[in-house]
Each structure stands twice: as structure tokens, then as C-alpha cells.
Design a protein around this ligand. Sequence first.
Ligand SMILES: [Zn+2]
Length: 251
Amino acid sequence: MALDRQEPNDKLLEQFGRQILVPGIDEQGQLQLSKRKICIIGMGALGTIASQYLVRSGIGEVHLIDPDTVEESNLHRQINYSLNDIGKYKSEISQNILNSINDVTTISSFPTTFEEYLKEQAIDHFDLIFDCTDSHQNKIFSSKYCKKKFISFVSISINSSDGIYFSQNYKNQNKTSSCFECLFPQSKYDHRCLNSAMIGPVAGFVTSLACTKIIFALANQDLRLKSEICLIDLLTSDINKLQLAGIKCPH
Ligand SMILES: [Zn+2]
């Protein structure tokens, strides 16, 4: 929903005043956020937390993509759902609960895969794709798609007590920028929800790190997203950061 022309900045100040106080965001950044469009792929543990933080930050348009329905085993970590939602589409439940958070963000839900979604939707004008799936193949596909279309890309994954954050600012880079497959040809992070070890707080930590970087990048006029990998181990409190300059993608 577009901001009312009569009172644009007053309304943003009222809704997002505390966020506007943050150096690097300010009033101009908040206005920029309200014009941004993003996709969140995967509405599991990572995607539900991401949807809460990113919608609440006042991003203009958010598409939620996930073909799955809610299962009871999801509830200990997927914060948009409750017992009443079992059997319903995750993307649609998430849209319903997020719709009433503010009148700045337009939310759409797509109970389908990212590949199928792309057959119906033109997203060339989107600012960022955030892959929150637990599928290695999906991350390879979505990163290559973003690279081809020059759309900024962020992916996160978790397993037990550790996680990986990966970002590429394909918007401002050339064709040799690395894709997800360059960095992660195979992955121990590829799993289906029911069989893998997970606790909610790990999803919360890794997603919070990603959302912080995403909010700052989207608030910046030039979408200044660093291309990097963070390896996070919550049991040892280690976060290792690698810059991605100099890796050339053969894919
Ligand atoms: Zn590659």
C-alpha cells in the first residue's frame, strides 16, 4: 500500500520512529525501505522469523513462497504457526498473521515452489531474494537466477547448533561473481525438516543476523549489501567471516 501523500513522513515517524533513530537508517532510509520489494523463499523456521522482522521493518512489498503445509513437528521452531494451522499452507497462514502489522507492507503468499512461482511472476524489478529454504538444490537455483537477473541474494541455513549466512550483491556485480554452488558444491545442510536436528534459538540467531544486514542494505539508496559468508557456531560463540572477492564462477 502506498503511503498517503498528505502525511508521508509523519506517518513513518510515528510507526518506525525508533528504527529511524538508528544511524544508517534515518528518515530517508525508512522511506527507501517502504519502496523496496523482496521475496522470502521457504516459510519454515528461518522464513517465519525473517517474515516477522522484515515485515515489521516497513519494507514495501514482501512475497512469501512455500509449497508446504504446517505439521505438528514444525511448531517448536516455526513461529508463525499454532496447532490450529496444521494442514494449512504455510505461506497463506503467514500472510494472514502478518497482514495486520502495518499498512506500509503489501504481503502476498504463494503456496508453490520458487521455480513454479517464477513461471507466473515477473520479479526482475525486485530488490532482493532471501532464500530461507533447507534445500541445497533450491539455493543453487535461486542464487543462479538472481545472478542472471542482477538481483541481490541472501541465503541462510542451519544445522544443530551452527549456521551459514551467504550474501551476494549481484545487482552491482559482473558475471563472474560466485553463485551458491561455487561455495557449497555439496552440503551437510541439505535436509528435510523431519529428519534434521534443530532448535528454535539457532534459527532465531542466524535469521536475526541476516535480517539486520538486509534491513541496512535495503535502507541504503544504493543497496549496499556486502558479498560475504558467515560461519556461525552458537555452542562455541564463534562467528567466522569470509569476503567473497576474487572467486570466479564457472557456472
Ligand atoms: Zn558458480
